[in-house]
Ligand binder design. Structure first.
Ligand code: IPD
Ligand code: CA
Ligand code: CA
Ligand code: CA
Length: 275
Protein backbone atom coordinates (compact mmCIF):
# COMPACT_ATOMS: atom_id res chain seq x y z
CA UNK A 1 0.00 0.00 0.00
CA UNK A 2 1.39 3.41 -0.98
CA UNK A 3 -0.55 6.60 -0.20
CA UNK A 4 -3.73 4.62 0.44
CA UNK A 5 -3.67 2.76 -2.89
CA UNK A 6 -3.73 -0.97 -2.42
CA UNK A 7 -1.45 -2.90 -4.78
CA UNK A 8 -3.96 -5.71 -4.91
CA UNK A 9 -6.85 -3.39 -5.76
CA UNK A 10 -4.84 -1.91 -8.64
CA UNK A 11 -3.87 -5.38 -9.92
CA UNK A 12 -7.51 -6.48 -9.81
CA UNK A 13 -8.70 -3.33 -11.57
CA UNK A 14 -6.11 -3.77 -14.33
CA UNK A 15 -6.93 -7.44 -14.88
CA UNK A 16 -10.70 -6.85 -14.85
CA UNK A 17 -10.61 -3.86 -17.22
CA UNK A 18 -8.22 -5.54 -19.65
CA UNK A 19 -10.11 -8.84 -19.45
CA UNK A 20 -13.48 -7.23 -20.20
CA UNK A 21 -11.98 -5.49 -23.23
CA UNK A 22 -10.24 -8.65 -24.47
CA UNK A 23 -13.56 -10.51 -24.27
CA UNK A 24 -15.26 -7.94 -26.52
CA UNK A 25 -12.49 -8.56 -29.08
CA UNK A 26 -12.87 -12.34 -29.23
CA UNK A 27 -13.26 -13.34 -32.89
CA UNK A 28 -12.70 -9.72 -33.93
CA UNK A 29 -8.94 -9.26 -33.92
CA UNK A 30 -7.75 -7.58 -37.10
CA UNK A 31 -4.00 -8.12 -37.09
CA UNK A 32 -2.16 -11.36 -36.47
CA UNK A 33 1.60 -11.61 -36.64
CA UNK A 34 4.28 -14.14 -35.80
CA UNK A 35 6.91 -13.34 -33.20
CA UNK A 36 9.77 -15.77 -32.59
CA UNK A 37 8.36 -18.75 -34.46
CA UNK A 38 5.28 -19.87 -36.39
CA UNK A 39 3.74 -20.93 -33.05
CA UNK A 40 4.38 -17.63 -31.32
CA UNK A 41 1.44 -15.34 -32.16
CA UNK A 42 0.56 -11.77 -31.31
CA UNK A 43 -2.47 -9.62 -32.16
CA UNK A 44 -3.34 -5.99 -31.67
CA UNK A 45 -5.42 -7.16 -28.70
CA UNK A 46 -2.33 -8.43 -26.81
CA UNK A 47 -0.62 -5.09 -27.44
CA UNK A 48 -3.69 -3.00 -26.62
CA UNK A 49 -4.37 -4.88 -23.38
CA UNK A 50 -0.77 -4.48 -22.26
CA UNK A 51 -0.88 -0.75 -23.00
CA UNK A 52 -4.10 -0.40 -21.01
CA UNK A 53 -2.57 -2.24 -18.02
CA UNK A 54 0.67 -0.25 -18.17
CA UNK A 55 -1.26 3.03 -18.21
CA UNK A 56 -3.43 2.01 -15.25
CA UNK A 57 -0.38 0.98 -13.21
CA UNK A 58 1.63 4.09 -14.10
CA UNK A 59 -1.21 6.42 -13.07
CA UNK A 60 -1.16 4.88 -9.57
CA UNK A 61 2.50 4.00 -9.15
CA UNK A 62 4.60 6.13 -11.53
CA UNK A 63 7.89 5.05 -9.90
CA UNK A 64 7.28 1.33 -10.23
CA UNK A 65 8.78 -0.76 -13.05
CA UNK A 66 6.79 -2.93 -15.45
CA UNK A 67 7.91 -6.08 -17.26
CA UNK A 68 5.25 -6.94 -19.84
CA UNK A 69 5.48 -9.67 -22.45
CA UNK A 70 4.70 -7.41 -25.38
CA UNK A 71 7.30 -4.85 -24.28
CA UNK A 72 10.12 -7.37 -24.67
CA UNK A 73 11.75 -8.52 -27.91
CA UNK A 74 10.64 -12.07 -28.81
CA UNK A 75 12.78 -15.06 -27.88
CA UNK A 76 14.33 -16.57 -24.76
CA UNK A 77 17.55 -14.51 -24.77
CA UNK A 78 15.72 -11.18 -24.79
CA UNK A 79 13.26 -12.25 -22.10
CA UNK A 80 16.07 -13.54 -19.85
CA UNK A 81 17.94 -10.26 -20.32
CA UNK A 82 14.83 -8.15 -19.66
CA UNK A 83 14.17 -10.00 -16.41
CA UNK A 84 17.82 -9.72 -15.35
CA UNK A 85 17.74 -5.99 -16.00
CA UNK A 86 14.61 -5.49 -13.92
CA UNK A 87 14.41 -8.14 -11.21
CA UNK A 88 16.23 -6.07 -8.59
CA UNK A 89 13.82 -3.14 -8.90
CA UNK A 90 12.09 -2.39 -5.65
CA UNK A 91 8.61 -2.83 -7.13
CA UNK A 92 8.25 -4.75 -10.39
CA UNK A 93 4.90 -5.46 -12.05
CA UNK A 94 5.00 -8.55 -14.25
CA UNK A 95 2.27 -8.59 -16.87
CA UNK A 96 0.97 -11.10 -19.37
CA UNK A 97 -1.89 -9.23 -21.06
CA UNK A 98 -3.27 -12.33 -22.82
CA UNK A 99 -1.99 -15.68 -21.60
CA UNK A 100 -3.27 -18.10 -24.23
CA UNK A 101 -3.04 -16.00 -27.39
CA UNK A 102 -3.31 -19.09 -29.58
CA UNK A 103 -6.63 -19.92 -27.92
CA UNK A 104 -7.79 -16.33 -28.29
CA UNK A 105 -6.94 -16.35 -32.01
CA UNK A 106 -8.79 -19.63 -32.58
CA UNK A 107 -11.80 -18.71 -30.47
CA UNK A 108 -11.02 -21.45 -27.92
CA UNK A 109 -12.39 -19.80 -24.78
CA UNK A 110 -9.53 -20.46 -22.35
CA UNK A 111 -7.17 -17.54 -21.83
CA UNK A 112 -6.39 -15.12 -19.05
CA UNK A 113 -4.81 -11.89 -17.92
CA UNK A 114 -1.95 -12.47 -15.49
CA UNK A 115 -0.53 -9.72 -13.28
CA UNK A 116 2.00 -10.07 -10.47
CA UNK A 117 3.77 -7.53 -8.32
CA UNK A 118 7.23 -8.45 -7.01
CA UNK A 119 8.94 -6.58 -4.19
CA UNK A 120 12.74 -6.96 -4.39
CA UNK A 121 12.30 -10.12 -6.44
CA UNK A 122 9.60 -11.73 -4.31
CA UNK A 123 6.03 -11.99 -5.57
CA UNK A 124 3.69 -10.24 -3.13
CA UNK A 125 0.52 -9.95 -5.25
CA UNK A 126 -0.80 -12.32 -7.91
CA UNK A 127 -3.96 -11.92 -9.95
CA UNK A 128 -5.18 -14.12 -12.80
CA UNK A 129 -8.45 -13.24 -14.51
CA UNK A 130 -10.43 -15.49 -16.86
CA UNK A 131 -12.79 -13.12 -18.69
CA UNK A 132 -14.83 -15.88 -20.37
CA UNK A 133 -15.93 -17.35 -17.03
CA UNK A 134 -15.60 -14.10 -15.12
CA UNK A 135 -13.30 -15.84 -12.64
CA UNK A 136 -10.89 -13.71 -10.69
CA UNK A 137 -8.10 -15.47 -8.80
CA UNK A 138 -6.32 -13.24 -6.28
CA UNK A 139 -3.47 -13.83 -3.83
CA UNK A 140 -1.63 -11.55 -1.46
CA UNK A 141 1.53 -12.78 0.27
CA UNK A 142 0.66 -14.05 3.74
CA UNK A 143 -3.06 -13.38 3.30
CA UNK A 144 -4.29 -16.40 1.37
CA UNK A 145 -5.71 -16.81 -2.12
CA UNK A 146 -9.30 -16.36 -3.27
CA UNK A 147 -11.58 -17.07 -6.20
CA UNK A 148 -15.01 -15.41 -6.32
CA UNK A 149 -14.04 -14.01 -2.90
CA UNK A 150 -13.85 -17.56 -1.45
CA UNK A 151 -10.62 -18.84 0.06
CA UNK A 152 -8.93 -21.43 -2.17
CA UNK A 153 -7.10 -24.59 -1.14
CA UNK A 154 -5.19 -27.05 -3.22
CA UNK A 155 -6.52 -30.57 -3.79
CA UNK A 156 -5.94 -33.61 -1.58
CA UNK A 157 -4.61 -36.24 -4.00
CA UNK A 158 -1.50 -37.77 -2.46
CA UNK A 159 -0.31 -39.95 -5.33
CA UNK A 160 0.34 -39.40 -9.02
CA UNK A 161 -2.06 -42.24 -9.69
CA UNK A 162 -4.94 -40.10 -8.34
CA UNK A 163 -3.72 -36.91 -9.97
CA UNK A 164 -5.14 -34.79 -12.77
CA UNK A 165 -2.06 -33.08 -14.19
CA UNK A 166 -1.75 -30.33 -16.80
CA UNK A 167 1.04 -29.34 -19.12
CA UNK A 168 1.64 -27.08 -22.09
CA UNK A 169 3.45 -27.67 -25.35
CA UNK A 170 6.40 -25.30 -25.74
CA UNK A 171 7.25 -23.75 -29.10
CA UNK A 172 11.04 -24.16 -29.03
CA UNK A 173 12.16 -27.55 -30.42
CA UNK A 174 14.43 -28.29 -27.44
CA UNK A 175 11.76 -27.56 -24.83
CA UNK A 176 9.14 -29.37 -26.91
CA UNK A 177 11.36 -32.46 -26.91
CA UNK A 178 11.91 -32.29 -23.14
CA UNK A 179 8.21 -31.86 -22.57
CA UNK A 180 7.33 -34.84 -24.75
CA UNK A 181 9.79 -36.99 -22.78
CA UNK A 182 8.17 -35.92 -19.54
CA UNK A 183 4.73 -36.50 -20.98
CA UNK A 184 5.67 -40.03 -21.98
CA UNK A 185 6.89 -40.72 -18.45
CA UNK A 186 4.05 -39.06 -16.57
CA UNK A 187 0.95 -39.76 -18.64
CA UNK A 188 0.82 -43.51 -17.88
CA UNK A 189 1.13 -42.86 -14.15
CA UNK A 190 -1.60 -40.31 -13.57
CA UNK A 191 -5.38 -40.29 -13.68
CA UNK A 192 -5.25 -38.09 -16.77
CA UNK A 193 -3.50 -35.21 -18.52
CA UNK A 194 -4.98 -31.85 -19.51
CA UNK A 195 -3.54 -29.13 -21.71
CA UNK A 196 -5.70 -26.04 -21.90
CA UNK A 197 -3.22 -23.57 -23.41
CA UNK A 198 -2.89 -20.97 -20.65
CA UNK A 199 -0.10 -21.59 -18.15
CA UNK A 200 -1.45 -18.88 -15.84
CA UNK A 201 -4.90 -20.49 -15.75
CA UNK A 202 -3.40 -23.93 -15.21
CA UNK A 203 -1.57 -22.53 -12.20
CA UNK A 204 -4.77 -20.88 -10.93
CA UNK A 205 -6.56 -24.23 -11.31
CA UNK A 206 -3.88 -25.97 -9.22
CA UNK A 207 -4.46 -23.31 -6.54
CA UNK A 208 -8.23 -23.86 -6.72
CA UNK A 209 -7.86 -27.64 -6.33
CA UNK A 210 -9.17 -28.32 -9.87
CA UNK A 211 -5.82 -29.74 -11.01
CA UNK A 212 -3.37 -31.72 -8.87
CA UNK A 213 -0.31 -30.41 -10.67
CA UNK A 214 1.14 -28.64 -13.70
CA UNK A 215 4.51 -28.63 -15.42
CA UNK A 216 5.90 -26.97 -18.50
CA UNK A 217 9.30 -26.20 -19.99
CA UNK A 218 10.42 -22.81 -21.30
CA UNK A 219 7.95 -20.44 -19.66
CA UNK A 220 8.59 -16.82 -18.71
CA UNK A 221 8.06 -14.87 -15.51
CA UNK A 222 4.89 -13.28 -16.92
CA UNK A 223 3.31 -16.73 -17.47
CA UNK A 224 3.80 -18.00 -13.93
CA UNK A 225 4.68 -15.30 -11.37
CA UNK A 226 1.06 -14.56 -10.43
CA UNK A 227 0.14 -18.26 -10.44
CA UNK A 228 3.09 -19.10 -8.20
CA UNK A 229 1.67 -16.95 -5.40
CA UNK A 230 -1.87 -18.26 -5.95
CA UNK A 231 -0.56 -21.79 -5.41
CA UNK A 232 1.66 -21.00 -2.43
CA UNK A 233 -1.13 -19.12 -0.69
CA UNK A 234 -3.47 -22.05 -1.34
CA UNK A 235 -1.12 -24.51 0.36
CA UNK A 236 0.64 -25.91 -2.71
CA UNK A 237 4.24 -25.99 -3.89
CA UNK A 238 5.97 -24.37 -6.88
CA UNK A 239 9.49 -25.34 -7.88
CA UNK A 240 11.57 -25.80 -10.98
CA UNK A 241 11.48 -29.26 -12.51
CA UNK A 242 14.48 -30.29 -10.38
CA UNK A 243 12.51 -29.44 -7.23
CA UNK A 244 14.37 -26.20 -6.40
CA UNK A 245 12.23 -23.37 -4.99
CA UNK A 246 10.50 -21.04 -7.43
CA UNK A 247 12.06 -17.65 -8.20
CA UNK A 248 11.34 -15.18 -10.99
CA UNK A 249 13.98 -16.69 -13.29
CA UNK A 250 12.45 -20.20 -13.31
CA UNK A 251 11.46 -21.30 -16.82
CA UNK A 252 10.93 -25.06 -16.37
CA UNK A 253 8.21 -25.11 -13.73
CA UNK A 254 6.55 -27.83 -11.68
CA UNK A 255 3.63 -26.90 -9.44
CA UNK A 256 1.37 -29.09 -7.40
CA UNK A 257 -0.84 -29.53 -4.37
CA UNK A 258 2.36 -30.42 -2.47
CA UNK A 259 1.14 -33.88 -1.48
CA UNK A 260 2.35 -35.54 -4.67
CA UNK A 261 5.20 -33.13 -5.37
CA UNK A 262 8.07 -35.48 -4.50
CA UNK A 263 6.86 -38.23 -6.81
CA UNK A 264 6.06 -35.66 -9.50
CA UNK A 265 9.60 -34.21 -9.34
CA UNK A 266 11.15 -37.64 -9.24
CA UNK A 267 9.39 -38.59 -12.52
CA UNK A 268 10.31 -35.27 -14.14
CA UNK A 269 13.95 -35.72 -13.14
CA UNK A 270 14.04 -39.29 -14.41
CA UNK A 271 12.58 -38.31 -17.75
CA UNK A 272 15.01 -35.36 -18.10
CA UNK A 273 17.93 -37.68 -17.33
CA UNK A 274 17.04 -39.76 -20.41
CA UNK A 275 17.69 -36.86 -22.76
C1 IPD B 1 1.66 -19.26 -23.67
C2 IPD B 1 0.63 -20.01 -22.88
C3 IPD B 1 0.66 -21.48 -23.24
C4 IPD B 1 2.03 -22.06 -23.01
C5 IPD B 1 3.07 -21.27 -23.76
C6 IPD B 1 3.00 -19.80 -23.36
P1 IPD B 1 1.09 -16.73 -24.42
O1 IPD B 1 1.63 -17.87 -23.36
O2 IPD B 1 0.83 -19.88 -21.50
O3 IPD B 1 -0.22 -22.21 -22.44
O4 IPD B 1 2.03 -23.40 -23.44
O5 IPD B 1 4.32 -21.81 -23.44
O6 IPD B 1 3.97 -19.07 -24.09
O7 IPD B 1 2.15 -16.59 -25.46
O8 IPD B 1 -0.21 -17.18 -24.96
O9 IPD B 1 1.02 -15.55 -23.53
CA1 CA C 1 2.99 -14.80 -26.39
CA1 CA D 1 1.95 -16.32 -21.57
CA1 CA E 1 0.79 -13.37 -23.67
Amino acid sequence: MIGGKSFTAVAINCAAKAGEWIKTKLGKHTSLSLKYSAQDLVTEVDKGAEKMIRNLIMIQFPHHSILGEEGVEPGPEASTQALQDMQDEEYLWIVDPVDGTTNFVHGFPFFSVSIALAHKGEVIVGVVYDPMRDELFVAEKGKGAYVHGQRMSVSEEGTLHEGLIATGFPASPENARLNMQSLQAIAPQVRNIRSGGSAALHMAYVAAGRLSGFWEYGLNAWDIAAGSLLIKESGGIVTDIAGEPYHLGVRHVAASNGKLHDSFISELKKSAAHS
